[in-house]
Design a protein around this ligand. Structure first.
Ligand code: DL6
Length: 819
């Protein structure tokens, strides 16, 4: 066995080929003499997974032996994207695989395209969780992610006649080679029923008699780090019918219905809710939340108990992080487990709970703080409701000591909201229990401290902090944009930036070097060609790579103001149409690229998708306009599409109304790739500006402190002529669908009030757009700004963010497995 102690699987080209071909024959069950691209992809993925598992097993054993404090990241969403190239690159064996496949007659890059994105998330919050996993592994932190294995990820966006159609995402149809089903790791999760109270040894004990039980089965997804032998785990739970329980139902004689009812259990992990800001009142959603936190906590407590006989060390060994309030029921569940199952006293249990939990808040609007009707909670989780009432009682008593009899404030602080429908405020529950609550950008922290979380901040200022988001430079730059990555490595003289992004600051000293300019632009040009080809493939439209590629790609929301962008495009179109031929020669050609999914029930957003298409239809077919302006919608925006767009754009827009975007992370990915930012002073745009310099970015618009006043003054505000003219063009049906877009126009110019201040910002936005055009003409200046954008991106690595969380919130340390 000693011979096997080191690395078991070999990574030379021949061994890799053999393992791929073995998987073709024995896993995919195709002939080794005849298999297509998809089968080759599956076999390659399995072969890579073998290598991940080897490292996974050794890492977990190492963690077990060392027994360090571990952090568990609870998230309803993990937006992972594809795994093949990311895994091979992290393991440092991409070139060997490329060569092995080449000799077998396949192209690794082509096979990688066969993989379906794992889209178990809506957008920012889920993608951040995925970047964090990458950093956990790379920084050797003893960390695991916990979440749900949805059978249907985020819907696929099909476009028919310019309208968004939602199609189910059957991502597991052909199996998922990256996961391992752990049939032996499963836990029963209870729902409904009643709570009995009895006295035992002079103590009142509660016994929850469930009305339904569902089995949670673990699926493990190995997450490799970069240049480390650590591989960590993302454990996702799938719901399966419970075995032994409820045999009564079968004895009643209705065998078929009893089985069908049991199978309903699987619905719990079937669907990801496709809205990222509001989920109120949906029983299935609460079931999902409880299901995954209950299974995860059972798993964590079991692991802890493997090496401890009491709970004294629990808070020194375990940190539990809540990725927004979605998993907040974990607070009540851990209390229940400690009191009802482990026999701890209330105070002891609460002491543990308040030491282990921490929370990230990702939103600015109060509607995103989930509330559950008491009636629903009472029926679904009767014991938890009792516990929440008790937590609230104790908390309000403590709060009274601080705020006196200010009943308004106490009512706002309370976990229970009284009203026509009595509800449980999950945000308040989480804040009461967590020792740390963090915002995701500096501005977000300042803003919520004076709005959403004001009452809590006044009693517990020490609990609140800011941890500016970050993204992994590995997926988003080194692996996603290898052409530019190679240039960066060459000029820095090291690859170390892939693990320490601060090093890219070293590019500053070369920012005006013509040789670097040439190489920089060459790399970016290749990426633009690739995107132009994709645009042609999906739309049949040829765009000029000499034009400025200007992207706004993100979820579609009023607050993100895609409509403002569209209005300025109409203005640009109108100007071009009214110019003399020789004036047109001075127009800077632009390809305006949109991408993003509209939440299915959100009419405004869906109309925006249609309006992009309607404008594109008109503009792209206008011979007077030609290459001067193109408007493109790239359907089904997801991680893989982002990997294609981000390295190829010259400009990207992040133009939310100040005070509405908590942070944003797309801006960081674009800036890192040398794309210039056109943005408002919102979320992390402000920190990006501080890092890369005001002179290397285009900012405009109202400032956050003025927003409330401007909203109230709306009635006295006369929107500029240009704004009214473009709205008039939409209303007049210049882009077809005459009345269909009225709701969009009414929202910004009607009595209802332009809540997101498009009219206010319109002229400033046009001015900023004009500066963008002027800058783009000066190629040398633009390239320098582009280099300086990348050079200023060091702070926006998720490695920096995770290091801060580890040191300042979780207090966990690296646990690096020796090679
Ligand atoms: O923190 C990640 C990301 C931020 O960058 C975005 O600004 C924010 O909108 C997003 N929030 C969500 C859903 N929020 N909730 N709840 O995705 O988080």
């Amino acid at each position: 066995l000693f011979g096997l102690m080191d690395q078991y699987l070999k990574n030379d080209v021949f061994s890799i080929q053999k393992s791929i071909v073995d998987h073709v024959e024995y896993t995919v069950a195709r002939s080794r003499f005849r298999f297509d691209d998809f089968e080759a992809y599956q076999a390659t993925a399995h072969s890579a997974r073998d290598r991940l598992l080897e490292s996974w097993n050794d890492t977990q054993q190492f963690f077990k032996d060392r027994n360090p404090k571990r952090v568990y990241y609870f998230s309803m969403e993990f937006l992972m994207g594809r795994s093949l190239l990311n895994s091979l690159s992290n393991l440092g064996i991409k070139d060997q695989y490329a060569q092995a496949l080449k000799q077998l007659g396949f192209d690794l890059e082509v096979l990688a395209e066969q993989e379906i994105d794992a889209a178990l998330g809506n957008g920012g919050l889920g993608r951040l969780a995925a970047c964090f996993l990458d950093s956990f592994a790379t920084l050797d932190l003893p960390a695991w992610g916990y979440g749900l294995r949805y059978q249907y990820g985020l819907f696929r966006q099909n476009i028919k006649d310019g309208f968004q159609l939602e199609q189910p995402d059957f991502w597991l149809n052909f199996g998922n080679p990256w996961e391992v089903e752990r049939v032996h790791v499963s836990y029963s999760v209870k729902f409904y029923g009643r709570v009995d109270e009895e006295m035992r040894n002079g103590r009142s004990v509660h016994k929850w008699i469930p009305g339904e039980m569902v089995e949670a089965v673990a699926y493990d997804n190995p997450i490799p780090g970069y240049h480390t032998s650590n591989t960590i785990n993302l454990r996702l739970w799938a719901a399966k019918p419970s075995g032994g329980f409820d045999m009564e139902a079968f004895n009643t004689g209705d065998y078929v219905n009893a089985i069908l009812n049991k199978q309903k259990a699987e619905a719990i992990s079937s669907i990801l809710y496709p809205d990222d800001r509001s989920y109120q009142g949906k029983e299935l959603r609460l079931k999902q939340q409880y299901f995954f936190v209950s299974a995860s906590l059972q798993d964590i407590v079991r692991r802890y108990k493997d090496s401890h006989s009491n709970f004294e060390e629990f808070s020194n060994k375990v940190a539990l992080h809540l990725n927004d309030t979605h998993p907040a029921i974990a607070v009540a569940e851990l209390m229940r487990m400690l009191i009802d199952e482990e026999w701890l006293e209330w105070k002891e249990a609460w002491n543990i709970v308040t030491r282990v939990f921490s929370l990230t808040n990702h939103t600015i609007i109060s509607e995103s703080f989930e509330k559950w009707p008491v009636e629903l909670m009472e029926s679904l989780l009767p014991r938890h409701l009792q516990i929440i009432y008790e937590i609230n009682r104790v908390f309000l008593e403590e709060a009274k000591k601080k705020v006196g009899s200010d009943f308004g404030r106490l009512a706002r602080l309370s976990i229970v909201e009284e009203g026509s429908v009595k509800t449980i405020r999950m945000g308040n529950l989480a804040i009461v229990a967590c020792h740390s609550i963090n915002a995701v950008s500096q501005m977000h922290a300042n803003y919520i401290k004076s709005t959403l979380l004001k009452d809590f901040c006044s009693i517990w200022p020490h609990k609140f902090q800011s941890k500016t988001n970050g993204v992994t430079q590995r997926r988003w730059l080194a692996f996603g944009n290898p052409a530019l990555g190679d240039v960066i490595t060459k000029w820095l003289g090291t690859e170390a930036w892939i693990k320490d992004l601060d090093i890219v600051a070293g590019l500053r000293q070369h920012a005006s070097n013509p040789q670097l300019h040439a190489e920089w632009n060459q790399a970016r040009y290749q990426n633009k060609m690739r995107l132009a080809q994709h645009i042609y493939n999906i739309s049949g439209i040829r765009v000029s790579v000499d034009a400025m590629f200007d992207a706004q790609v993100k979820r579609i929301h009023e607050y993100k103001r895609q409509f403002l962008n569209l209005l300025s495009i109409i203005h640009r179109y109108d100007c071009i149409k009214n110019m003399a031929a020789d004036e047109r020669k001075r127009v800077v050609p632009r390809v305006c690229i949109f991408g993003g999914k509209a939440p299915p029930g959100y009419e405004f957003a869906k109309k925006i998708v249609k309006l992009v298409h309607a404008i594109g239809e008109k503009v792209n077919n206008d011979p007077e306009v030609g290459d001067l302006l193109k408007v493109i919608f790239i359907p089904d925006y997801n991680v893989s599409v982002a990997e294609l767009i981000i390295p190829a754009c010259d400009l990207s827009q992040h133009i939310s109304t100040p005070g509405s975007e908590a942070s944003g992370t797309g801006n960081m990915k674009f800036a890192m790739n040398g794309c210039l930012i056109l943005g408002t002073l919102d979320g992390s745009n402000i920190e990006i500006r501080d890092e890369i310099g005001q002179e290397n970015m285009f900012t405009f618009g109202v400032v956050v402190d003025d927003v409330p006043r401007l909203r109230t003054e709306h009635r006295n505000f006369q929107p500029p002529r240009e704004f009214q003219r473009v709205l008039g063009m939409i209303r007049d049906g210049i882009f077809g669908f005459k009345d269909y877009f009225n709701a969009l126009c009414d929202a910004v110019d009607g009595e209802t009030g332009d809540y997101y201040l498009l009219g206010r910002d319109f002229l400033a936005y046009l001015e900023a757009q004009a500066s963008v055009d002027t800058a783009f003409v000066d190629k040398e200046k633009w390239t320098e700004m582009s280099i300086l954008s990348t050079a200023g991106s060091g702070k926006f690595s998720s490695d920096r963010a995770i290091r801060e969380y580890a040191e300042q919130i979780w207090r966990v340390e690296p646990c690096k497995r020796p090679v």
